[in-house]
Design a protein around this ligand. Structure first.
Ligand SMILES: CCc1ncnc2c1ncn2[C@@H]1O[C@H](/C=C/CNC(=O)c2cc(-c3ccc(F)cc3)cc(O)c2O)[C@@H](O)[C@H]1O
Ligand SMILES: [Mg+2]
Length: 214
């Protein structure tokens, strides 16, 4: 049977990237997705904005919603300092299997932990299961209609603290209108839009950065 898109992306990483070198894993995926087969990674242009937010914050505890092939987990994980941890949630077992390989090829298996399952099931259990108190940084890149429910659940579970930064991908394309309205109207957040482009294309897209005011 045919391979899947994520499996073909993984093969490109294994064939072309240098083991243990996150930078080469990132550039191989970007080159492959720009020149051979598009995939819904945050990509290099929005990825540069993601890098600057993470580098400025220097977070110790990070949560990612929606691992897919692990591109943004590698992007974020490579910037974390020793002792810092990224938990990434992915409910599709096939995507999770590919992402584990990509994360391992980048040599980030001790920094990035992939947890298989639905965000709504796992968020209420993160404290007791992983000893997490609160998150410093959260990257939202899963189903766009799930963003709003998950940010409210994170509030309810008290996993946000004064200054927690949430960064949401695709707030223009495909769009997350209910999430945008919420974070921009709520007095709990200080929100701003970083205009960019949809990965590997000229279409507009952007990231919404929201700081929880607590
Ligand atoms: C149940 C909660 C829950 N819990 C845990 N994991 C979950 C989950 N819900 C989903 N997942 C996983 O997350 C990833 C989904 C990501 C969804 N992303 C886009 O749809 C998207 C689309 C475009 C675009 C496509 C086509 C265009 F023409 C334009 C733009 C561009 C982008 O950057 C995009 O991120 C997959 O791995 C899911 O298995
Ligand atoms: Mg995305």
């Amino acid at each position: 049977t045919r391979t899947t898109r994520p499996q073909r992306l993984l093969k490109a990483v294994q064939d072309r990237a240098i083991r243990g070198n996150p930078k080469s894993v990132i550039s191989v995926i970007d080159h492959y997705c720009r020149n051979q087969e598009w995939a819904m990674n945050v990509g290099d242009e929005k990825g540069f904005i993601l890098d600057s937010v993470v580098s400025e914050l220097n977070p110790q505890t990070v949560l990612e919603l929606g691992t897919y092939c692990g591109y943004s987990a590698v992007r974020i994980g490579r910037l974390l300092h020793s002792g810092a941890r990224l938990l990434t949630l992915e409910f599709n077992p096939d995507y999770a299997a590919v992402a584990r390989e990509v994360i391992s090829w980048a040599g980030l298996e001790n920094t990035v932990q992939l947890v298989e399952g639905a965000s709504g099931d796992w968020i209420p259990r993160l404290r007791e299961h992983f000893g997490i108190h609160t998150f410093d940084f959260i990257f939202l890149d899963h189903w766009k209609e799930g963003y709003l429910a998950d940010i409210k659940l994170l509030e309810e579970c008290r996993l946000l603290r004064k200054g927690t930064v949430l960064l949401a991908d695709n707030v223009v394309c495909p769009g997350a209108p209910d999430y945008l309205e919420y974070v921009r109207k709520s007095p709990l957040y200080d929100s701003r839009y970083f205009k960019s482009h949809l990965e590997y294309t000229k279409a507009e897209d952007g990231l919404e950065k929201s700081v929880y005011l607590g």
